[in-house]
Design a protein around this ligand. Structure first.
Ligand SMILES: *[C@@H]1O[C@H](CO)[C@@H](O)[C@H](O)[C@H]1NC(C)=O
Ligand SMILES: *[C@@H]1O[C@H](CO)[C@@H](O)[C@H](O)[C@H]1NC(C)=O
Ligand SMILES: *[C@@H]1O[C@H](CO)[C@@H](O)[C@H](O)[C@H]1NC(C)=O
Length: 381
């Protein structure tokens, strides 16, 4: 009579030693479909994808000839864990069947020529923590279904051609720390953002409307806000600069008209760029209360009045760009003393006695006629 435990043992031994079918069939068929959506002519012989040859199992080791790079497997070799393609210039669409890779945690196709829509089925990759489709040619909208990715920590789809509104469901990405959708064509206003965010980058889109506290409320970990080159308008209210972890803000090249800076003695803000907007009113003196502020740019706005004396006494301040406004009066002498470490520019204003020997005073001030006009015909200063 055959010995059942021995049979089982032999059976499992043969399973372990066979070189094929380690990886689950559903993962293999998903990979095949992923590969077949990429144009063969865009796969150079030296690239990772050129080594994806299904005559071997994708998860079998050692990888000397087949599946040399571009993917990793789970420790049990049953599933694909990550796909990180090289930047070989691959062109094609992203197969919706990639969603069958049930254990995938990282998908990185950055710096290639993928085009077409982002499949909404990516929402089935429930363990995904990193999704980078940066610098490709994806178009269409950002699928709102992606908001079901509860473990997603980093989403980078910058430098593509996505358009439409940012989905309101973004807020549900409850683990998201880094969101970069810069250099796309997103329009409309900012929805409520996920509370877990540390870094927000939406540079060079077509976003508009005002910066509303409802988008940012509860974002206690947010350190970096990159919203330059959009069409945001209206005023920046004090709550914005009071986001408790904020370190860097770039709102350059928008259409903001007012800025209301609260005192900031507990603030971590290091760099603020509000250049190329339409900000009116006096230069907000409260900037000097931010203990770590090192770089401040307000160039090319419509600011008036004098440069507060405190700015020249502020030791943390290393870069100060105030050129292209209507600032008047005499700039604080501290800027021009031998000890001053401030670089930057105060030119193209209505300042008087800005020493031409100082780099800070280049280029020259505005013509008197323009400054008279700006100050309602009254003599300047
Ligand atoms: C895949 O590998 C097998 C041998 O392992 C080889 O015969 C076959 O030509 C390869 N296929 C491609 C497309 O390179
Ligand atoms: C300003 O933003 C527009 C898009 O809103 C962009 O086309 C332009 O290049 C930006 N300018 C600078 C100097 O960044
Ligand atoms: C802010 O963004 C603009 C446009 O992207 C860029 O030119 C500028 O250098 C940025 N400012 C800082 C301080 O990095």
């Amino acid at each position: 009579m055959p010995n059942p435990p021995l049979l089982l043992f032999l059976l499992s031994l043969s399973l372990l030693t066979t070189s094929h079918s380690l990886t689950k069939p559903s993962d293999i068929s998903a990979l095949k479909s992923f590969l077949s959506s990429i144009k063969p002519s865009s796969i150079p012989s030296y690239s990772c994808l050129a080594s994806w040859n299904f005559s071997s199992d994708p998860c079998s080791v050692p990888r000397t000839t087949h599946f040399i790079c571009g993917l990793t497997c789970t420790p049990d070799s049953l599933h694909i864990q990550s796909i990180t393609l090289d930047s070989a210039g691959y062109s094609g669409t992203l197969s919706p069947f990639i969603s069958q890779l049930s254990q995938l945690t990282n998908l990185d196709l950055s710096n290639n020529y993928f085009f077409g829509p982002i499949p909404s089925s990516l929402s089935s990759l429930s363990l995904l923590t990193t999704l980078s489709l940066r610098s490709n040619s994806f178009s269409g909208s950002l699928p709102s279904s992606l908001s079901s990715l509860k473990f997603l920590q980093s989403l980078d789809i910058s430098y593509n051609s996505l358009s439409g509104y940012l989905p309101n469901s973004l807020v549900s990405l409850s683990s998201l720390r880094r969101l970069d959708l810069s250099f796309n064509k997103f329009s409309g206003s900012l929805p409520k953002l996920p509370n877990s965010l540390i870094e927000l980058a939406l540079k060079n889109n077509l976003l508009s409307g005002s910066l509303s506290s409802s988008s940012f409320s509860g974002l206690y970990a947010l350190e970096v806000i990159e919203l330059s080159s959009n069409s945001f308008s209206g005023s920046i209210q004090p709550w914005f600069f009071q986001l408790p972890s904020l370190q860097q803000v770039n709102l350059s090249n928008n259409s903001l008209t007012r800025v209301n800076i609260p005192a900031g003695s507990n603030s971590d803000l290091i760099a603020i760029d509000l250049s190329f907007n339409k900000i009116e009113g006096n230069l907000p003196s409260n900037f000097y209360t931010y203990p770590l502020l090192s770089s401040l740019s307000l160039r090319y706005n419509r600011l008036r009045g004098q440069i507060p004396l405190e700015f020249s006494k502020k030791e943390s301040l290393k870069r100060l760009y105030l050129d292209g406004n209507y600032l008047n009066g005499k700039p604080p002498g501290g800027f021009f003393s031998g000890e001053s470490l401030v670089s930057g520019c105060l030119g193209d204003n209505c300042l008087i006695s800005c020493p031409v020997t100082s780099q800070l005073c280049l280029p020259s001030q505005k013509p008197t006629s323009i400054c008279r006009q700006a100050y309602g015909g009254k003599p300047r200063s």
